[in-house]
Design a protein around this ligand. Sequence first.
Ligand SMILES: [Zn+2]
Length: 305
Amino acid sequence: MRFFSDNSRLTHGWYPYRAILALMPKSILSIHAHPDDESSKGAATVAKYVTEGARAVLVTATGGEAGDILNSTMDRPEIAGRLQEVRAVELAEAAKIIGYDVVEMLGYRDSGMPGSEANAHPDAFCRQPLDGVLERVVRLVRRHRPDVVLGYDAHEFYPHPDHLRIHEISVAVVAAAADGERFPEAGDPWEIKKLYAPVFTSDRIMTLHRAMLRAAGESPFEMWIERMNAFEAPGRRLARVDVTGFIDQGRDALRAHRTQVDPEGFWFAVPTELVESVYPWEDFELLYSSVRWHEGESDLFEGLS
Ligand SMILES: [Zn+2]
């Protein structure tokens, strides 16, 4: 009580403010294009932070209705006829496995790969005006007040128009959410402290590739090796989060997307134990930070207190 009677500290003091901040949970908000992206990009890291007490919010832009059914056992007319509904249930299950507290679905329609018919649909995500989508994401950021946002980088190995659109939104949302003159109807300004994008680095792929060749004589990354320069981006500011003990949680979330993910397929080809023994990390590219980055960063909340 004596502490609070000290006026100078109460008025100017950083100490009470720090104490209040320390009581507030860390908060992370992920923005993804389709149901399943939240499970294939950074899922183990989010699961880890949730276990450590962070609050996690997932924003998914589309319903996944234009995607193919990639698991042959699920390719049945009764599923294909209500794909959006089925994928919403799969997403809810995956988000629960990862530990997301909230799932916000923007409800746009999937676009297809470049040149596909789905892109002509008036509701297709890639056709929506950027500002309209940005306002909705700003509103969610201002409501949930995340310290860290996960979005997409520009080095997309997979040039899906919806992913490129999420990149545009990711880089625009930091300034827009903090600027009270942008979208004043969308809530009080909020400053995102850091923006990262989950990335696959050439280091990761080559390490897992070599480990699989040693362990099994074959590797699921064979066809990626020729395109390895797509994963190399010198000068990127990277953070590498140790996800030992959380990799299976991410994989279980991915398996929940039964219509999109072949349970015998690529994503599960490298045994968890092998991943943990040679590359137990998920990599993130830092796209914006209000604090200094340093080589060897290993915590997305580093520097924030
Ligand atoms: Zn996607």
